[in-house]
Design a binder for this molecule. Structure first.
Ligand code: PLP
Length: 419
């Protein structure tokens, strides 16, 4: 019964140092967030000890009476939050949720049509080294060369020519809303299923601050750890339980996974409760406001003059894609520079990026984690100015780091947390 500190000081130190890192740096990786303590508590609980293969009321193990309650609560909250008829809360991650969706909607060799990775899609939407690119035939669509938007007329043309079995709407790096009704119409016209992967923007949908894909899609998948701000994991939803419920359940278990992570399922339930509250909506309003402030600052005349811009000229969501194609600074250098200043982001290819994928000409910068930390318009304006000043080149890094340290100090994170 030794504590972690006593039993394994090496790992205890990693946890302590990681906590300090999260407290010291400003987290702007668009796919990250900070979970509330209630989620940490559920996830670090004795539920990790339990095997529960199967579904509530139909398990392959005894002693599931308590975890059944947790899973049913998570399912009910997910359905009610998103207005879905069906929810599966067992996927260990977004990628396993997506593997299960394709398993349920298509057979190996069928054709899938998703946004290409190079234009903002996800690995699981048909990238050639991923299971999705190996098991299925892929017809990837891209964004328009000039507007950098998904052009639904072109998607329709491609769908009519390539006749996909599954059309995928969703992205990892795209700063605008998708037209779900138009995707639905195209899917109907070509006889395809429509799967939306809302991993990035699910929290905004839950808050009513982003159009919902649920009424238009056959199946919707998501992660729980990005804009929802819950534990690292995935979930699958559908508007039509009768058509897809059994197929999806069996695609998750036994199709993809063995025993669900019941501590994570319980933590999902907690996160979904939080996502239904008014504080969550207010937080996501700050998320969107912060992203707009960032996009405005990075497209102001001094930024443009220095070769900085943002993809599509702005944002409707929680992230901006910085376009450095006209800048002497590449994505890798920009990521390293912001790290030196105290801001964590990831470099990201922009559409038709002239630089190699490990270098890139872009940055993906998101606001969810800082909004969870309490940032509002004033703080986002300060961060945006620090980023713009850094990216313009030739800045005084020490001075910028001091401005970031002040913000981090003003908004403490996990104060007094015992790991
Ligand atoms: N789907 C999309 C659109 C994503 O952006 C991601 C994560 O980056 C995933 C799925 C996969 O999630 P995970 O990393 O939990 O497997």
């Amino acid at each position: 019964n030794a504590t972690l500190q006593d039993f394994d000081p090496e790992i205890a130190q990693v946890l302590d140092r990681e906590l300090a890192r999260q407290q010291t740096y400003l987290e702007m990786i668009a796919s990250e967030n900070f979970v509330p303590r209630s989620v940490l508590q559920a996830q670090g609980s004795v539920l990790t000890n339990k095997y529960a293969e199967g579904y509530p009321g139909r398990r392959y193990y005894g002693g599931c009476e308590e975890v059944d309650v947790a899973e049913n609560i998570a399912i009910d909250r997910a359905k009610s939050l998103f207005g879905a008829e069906y929810a599966n809360v067992q996927p260990h991650s977004g990628a396993t949720a997506n593997a299960a969706v394709l398993h349920a909607l298509a057979r190996p060799g069928d054709r899938i049509m998703g946004l290409s990775l190079a234009h903002g899609g996800h690995l699981t939407h048909g990238m050639k080294l991923n299971f999705s690119g190996k098991l299925y035939e892929v017809s990837a669509y891209g964004v328009d060369d000039t507007t950098h938007l998904v052009d639904m007329d072109k998607v329709r043309e491609q769908a009519l020519a390539d006749r996909p079995d599954v059309i995928i709407a969703g992205w990892s790096a795209y700063p605008r809303h998708l037209d779900f009704a138009a995707f639905r119409a195209i899917a109907d016209e070509v006889g395809a299923k429509l799967w939306t992967d809302m991993a990035h923007f699910a929290g905004l949908v839950a808050s009513g601050l982003h159009p919902s894909p649920i009424p238009h899609s056959d199946v919707v998948s998501t992660t729980i750890h990005k804009t929802i701000g819950g534990p690292r994991s995935g979930m699958i939803l559908s508007r039509d339980a009768e058509a897809y419920g059994k197929k999806l359940n069996s695609a998750v278990f036994p199709g993809q996974q063995g025993g669900p992570l019941m501590h994570v399922v319980a933590a999902k339930a907690v996160a979904l409760k939080a996502a239904a509250g008014s504080e969550f909506r207010e937080r996501n309003e700050r998320v969107l406001e912060g992203a707009k402030i960032l996009a405005d600052r990075l497209t102001s005349p001094d930024a443009i003059e220095a070769g900085v811009n943002v993809v599509s000229g702005g944002t409707d969501v929680h992230l901006v894609l910085v376009d450095l194609r006209n800048s002497p600074m590449n994505g890798q250098e920009a990521e390293d520079l912001l790290h030196a200043v105290g801001i964590t982001v990831n470099r990201n290819a922009v559409p038709n990026d002239p630089r190699p994928p490990m270098v890139t000409s872009g940055l993906r910068i998101g606001t969810p984690a800082l909004a969870s930390r309490g940032f509002g318009s004033e703080e986002f304006s300060e961060v945006a100015d620090v980023i713009a000043t850094a990216l313009k080149g030739g800045a005084d890094v020490d001075a910028l780091r001091a401005r970031i340290a002040k913000l981090a100090g003003d908004f403490p994170l996990y104060e007094g947390l015992q790991q």
